[in-house]
Write a protein of this length. Sequence first.
Length: 442
Amino acid sequence: MSAGESTLHAPVSEPGASPAGGFGTNEAGGRSRTVGREAQGERFDVLIVGGGPAGSTCARASSAAGLSVAVLDKAVFPRDKVCAGWVTPAVMETLGIDLDEYVRPGPDGAVRTLQPITAFRTGLIGETPVDTGYAEVVSYAIRRCEFDHFLLERSGARLLLGEPLRELRREAGEWVVNGRLRARLLVGAGGHFCPVARHLGAAVGSGEPAVAAQEIEYRMDPHEAAQCAVREDRPELYFCPDLKGYGWVVRKGDWLNVGLGRDDRQRLSSHVATFCEWLRREHRVPAGLPARLHGHAYLLYPQAPRRLAAEGVLLIGDAAGLAYPQSGEGIRPAVESGVLAASALAAALAQADPAAREAALATYPAAMAARFGRRSGHPPPVAATPGATAEAPAGWRERLRARLARGLLARGWFARHVVIDRWFLHRQQAALPAAVPRGRPQ
Ligand SMILES: Cc1cc2nc3c(=O)[nH]c(=O)nc-3n(C[C@H](O)[C@H](O)[C@H](O)COP(=O)(O)OP(=O)(O)OC[C@H]3O[C@@H](n4cnc5c(N)ncnc54)[C@H](O)[C@@H]3O)c2cc1C
């Protein structure tokens, strides 16, 4: 991306942007280069678009480094996010979350859900599962509406909520957002459909190798809760027979979260329906499990074709496509990318010279590669659909791999040491140190 002194980029299209707000329009209703409210505008060192775990973590670490930070989010918090909602202790450590504070009742007496997980049940849909227990807490189930709100509220940033990014341009070496917000540096943290990622050329929503998933989280009534065989401390994960995805059931007290994600997007609803039907037949979930689930998508880190940085801007979290390839979990990469980005932002803003500033920003992609590995930006070469006739040589390899994997999934040591420890808990990688020490006042 090149620098410029005037409006260089077309306004960003925002799916779902409110017609009332308009698309790059000023109050007079015309498509604008400059909205006539500059006098009421605000200026920040860093403007972060998106207040999910990536954005709020980056905001908190940047604020703690002494930068003036704003978070712009189209939603008003608390807001829901399609997600199973499990996070590892490493995430809590990097976030510096005091668990006692997290579950302390609020002024209205409400208590956030924090379900400790000490076991997993894993297997293939339709086959006998394997149970794996731990002597310690290896994960937590949280509710994203609560978790994300908690993180955003303590971020120390100026919160501009309920306002989508409608227009983005670069002027005199600064970013101008919605015609009135100016920032020296910009962070795209708007999730999979992030408008900043789109601005940087991402083919958001088309032509990217995205994982598609559906999920429902609902509160069971006492009768349903009694019917539900899933243990609160033991989420259940079931792989699709073709191994192209998996479904889950996570119980958080009376809340039940059920979903399924696949890396081929075809017939997702039918896979979800088959999975839910099987869960009902096996009496794992109440008969009244809602039939309509919510859909979302994300990119897996190794093949995500999105850039992490361009002039004056960084992408973090799902906006950058960072989910772990085997499990699709993205909260830890979102949080860690927020921390790593904040340190590059602080280093960049300490530089007066524009070239030195860009060099400091470029340390972020380097830090990400050091942490998560280099990525190809290409989908895996082997056609993954079983039975795909055009890929006959790969077909038998795929079938053999699937057969081997089925055998392995049924083995206790594989379930523990590979599936759970490596793929889902990432125990091989220590937590990224907290950017802001626990208990530090803002
Ligand atoms: C079904 C499903 C289950 C999952 N389960 C897990 C799990 O159990 N554990 C795990 O670790 N990961 C899980 N993930 C992945 C995880 O949800 C994401 O990786 C994570 O939410 C990424 O955080 P983020 O901050 O990058 O983006 P998000 O959490 O998506 O936040 C983006 C924010 O940007 C805002 N925004 C979007 N567009 C605009 C705009 N135009 N203007 C202003 N604001 C905007 C949104 O309102 C939102 O608040 C799951 C994903 C799916 C789809």
